[in-house]
Design a binder for this molecule. Structure first.
Ligand code: NAD
Length: 255
């Protein structure tokens, strides 16, 4: 590895599993000092032990949880270089099934959690020694552009685009040198999906066909985009939507 994140203090939420775990592995390999922040303590500690990351318990929907993390980062690291707002949940509920509690729960994680993370990160990044600066990457989805029946999920991922653009414009116009971008994976082969496929192999062809490239993405491919956006190579990239989907969102429906 090229150590593109050498010594950069990086928080990765939802790093205990799936895409976030792939991000933790790649950022650690690239020399970052990674804080793996997740509600799943057992899985998070296991990934941290395997990668050299530091596990911190964090519920992204809880402002007090972010305050505690900010205090720890200030005390233990004295700076923050990158935040990957990656934690996310699905509800599986369409507009006829969803109730207010399920709607609020999902939005509190997938949308409010991202907003709280941005606030916390900017407060720390403003105070970085040698000047304000950093990168925030918000994991959205191709569902930001193409709807699925899960109404709260679709809404949350579309809203993350607007949130990201607003925060990016604020940071740029304030001269903070904090870049903020959204990352849009298509269907990605995670361990959870592997388990689902093993139980229901008949759904695999449909998943493969979602992309004109005829396959699912890998967590490594998504992590590579996050790495670019967090690195100094992306120095003129802010407010953008970075799709990693094998062409899913650009294909005209097939004949
Ligand atoms: N896997 C895909 O195909 C795919 C496609 C597009 C977008 N995404 C997005 O990528 C992100 C990661 O998805 P994944 O497939 O790796 O999911 P995953 O379920 O494997 O991992 C999600 C992680 O987030 C953690 N988490 C859940 N709620 C949390 C909370 N309140 N606070 C802190 N951590 C919390 C979980 O414990 C878990 O470790 C999500 O935002 C998801 O919407 C996934």
């Amino acid at each position: 590895m090229s150590k593109r994140m050498q010594d950069k203090v990086t928080i990765i939420t939802g790093g205990a599993s799936g895409i976030g775990e792939g991000m933790v592995r790649r950022f650690c390999a690239e020399g970052a000092r990674v804080l793996l922040a997740d509600v799943d303590t057992a899985a998070g500690e296991a990934v941290a032990a395997a990668t050299g990351a530091h596990f911190v318990a964090l519920d992204v929907s809880d402002p007090a949880s972010w305050d505690a993390l900010a205090e720890r980062v200030r005390a233990d690291y004295g700076r923050l270089d990158a935040l990957l707002n990656n934690a996310g949940i699905v509800s599986g509920l369409d507009i006829e099934q969803v109730d207010l509690a399920a709607w609020d729960r999902l939005l509190s994680v997938n949308l409010t959690g991202v907003m709280l993370g941005c606030k916390m990160a900017i407060a720390l990044m403003r105070d970085n020694a040698r000047g304000s600066g950093g990168a925030i990457i918000n994991t959205a989805s191709t569902t930001s552009f193409l709807a699925i029946p899960d109404v709260a999920y679709t809404t949350s991922k579309a809203a993350v685009v607007g949130l990201t653009k607003s925060v990016a414009v604020h940071c740029a116009t304030q001269g903070l040198n904090i870049r903020v971008n959204s990352l849009h994976p298509g269907a990605t082969l995670t361990n959870i999906l592997r388990t689902a496929l093993a139980a229901n192999p008949e759904i695999e062809p449909n998943l493969q066909r979602m992309s004109p490239m005829g396959r699912l993405g890998t967590v490594e491919e998504v992590a590579a985009m996050a790495l670019f956006l967090a690195s100094d190579e992306a120095s003129f990239c802010t407010g953008g939507q970075y799709v990693v989907d094998g062409g899913t969102v650009v294909e005209h429906p097939r004949m």
